[in-house]
Ligand binder design. Structure first.
Ligand code: AMP
Length: 407
């Protein structure tokens, strides 16, 4: 059985086609600059050269049509006919208050996604366009939506309520939602496997450190706490996002800089974080290079980032009542031995001891703690697309949609 996984952004679509019998990726790629003059499609079939096309893509409908045509192209495609694609899984950033699991798409689901657009105005509209485009072009293919927020829905109220009048939780669903749930779920399961412990018994602190970054405390497969909040702006400082802030700063800066709501939103989402503090980049690589060359603001930005990671690790260690493992994942977590070292060098107090050699040479899933470390430290490359494909298979199969599991 082949499953297509789609991640639709406002001007991009990323895709991966899985063969579920062995969970291998048959092809993957992305479409960028949808709606602009220079739209491109990058496509790579397994074991073959990457290729790029310039295609006219005024909207998501034409972008998805270009993806589907590429997948069946006689020269660089990987399926003979679209009927071979038996289901589509869509990544959805925000599931709002009502989605606590992945679900099969129907009219009611799409209506609820529309209702909660206000909660994720930058992300959810693109996902809805993706669903509609697939529906038109593959009308009989079942679709499943997998939410970044769903994994966090098991958090206890003490960890998701804010100290604002309760009526705003009731009226507007103002609460902590948490994001990167699919990634935290994947690495949490892999960490339990690497520990040789049942998932239901493992206590994991997952550090998803990418351009967006969040930490998550997972207790026996359930989220206890996470650092992102009502939106993905909260928690750690990120590439361009400010992370946690005294809310009074918002009002103060609006007054001082004469900013309206859009202006302050832009400042906190696009001009802050590593970029805003260092003045160098939102990307940790040039910031690290500048810090190593002695740039004081780059050094400071990295210190603030590391301190915030430690802040959450400390809090989650206490909340969990100890931890079996700490996991590093996503672009920075998987690749920056320097950030991992800076964080782990302060974890002796909780019994986590870094193996410096293993940390420097980490590649793929790696144990980077010393053998006698009480808390294990892992690098685990995340795989959100695989989780989406697995959920899609599970739901389509469970709903008995007449599919042979290993078609
Ligand atoms: P992501 O959002 O998961 O793609 O992660 C993006 C972040 O990962 C950026 O800050 C990149 O600088 C960082 N990153 C990617 N590759 C590397 C690398 N080889 N070494 C250090 N940082 C990296």
């Amino acid at each position: 059985m082949k499953i297509l996984v789609l991640n639709c952004g406002s001007s991009s679509v990323k895709y991966q086609l899985f063969r579920m019998a062995d969970e291998s990726i048959l092809a993957k790629g992305f479409v960028d600059q949808i709606g602009m003059d220079n739209s491109v499609l990058e496509h790579q079939a397994a074991g073959r050269e990457k290729i790029n096309f310039k295609v006219e893509m005024p909207d998501h409908f034409s972008a998805i049509r270009a993806v589907l045509e590429t997948l069946i192209d006689p020269n660089y495609g990987v399926v003979r006919d679209l009927w071979e694609i038996r289901a589509v899984g869509h990544r959805i950033v925000h599931g709002g208050p009502n989605f606590s699991n992945s679900v099969l798409v129907d009219d009611k689901v799409v209506a609820e996604l529309r209702r909660i657009i206000e909660l994720a105005p930058l992300h959810n509209p693109a996902a809805i366009m993706g669903i509609e485009a697939c529906h038109k072009q593959m009308p009989n293919v079942p679709m499943v939506v997998v939410f970044d927020t769903a994994f966090h829905r098991g958090m206890p109220p003490r960890n998701y309520l804010y100290g604002v009048p309760y009526k705003y939780y009731e009226k507007y669903s103002v609460r902590r939602y948490g994001f990167h749930g699919t990634s935290h779920r994947y690495v949490g399961m892999r960490a339990a496997d690497m520990l040789g412990k049942p998932y239901e018994e493992a206590k994991t602190i997952s550090c998803h450190l990418g351009n967006g970054a969040s930490l998550c405390a997972i207790d026996g497969g359930r989220v206890l706490d996470t650092s992102m909040g009502f939106t993905p702006l909260a928690g750690l400082l990120m590439g361009t996002r400010c992370g946690d802030l005294d809310p009074a700063v918002v009002y103060y800066l609006m007054k001082k800089e004469n900013l309206d709501a859009e202006g302050i939103n832009n400042l906190l989402n696009k001009q802050s974080g590593l970029l805003g503090l260092s003045g160098v980049s939102n990307d940790i690589r040039p910031v690290t290079a500048a810090a190593l060359a002695g740039n004081p603001r780059a050094m400071m930005a990295i210190s603030v980032f590391v301190r915030q990671i430690l802040h959450y690790i400390g809090a989650y260690y206490l909340e969990l009542g100890g931890a079996d493992s700490i996991v590093f994942t996503a672009g920075i977590g998987e690749n920056s031995s320097l950030i991992r070292k800076k964080v782990c060098s302060q974890l002796a107090v909780i019994g986590a001891a870094l193996d410096e050699e293993a940390n420097l040479n980490a590649c793929g899933e790696t144990v980077i703690s010393l053998p006698d470390s009480k808390v294990k430290i892992f690098v685990i490359p995340t795989n959100e697309e695989l989780v989406i494909a697995r959920d899609t298979l599970e739901i389509v199969y469970e709903k008995n949609m007449g599919l042979d599991r290993f078609f």
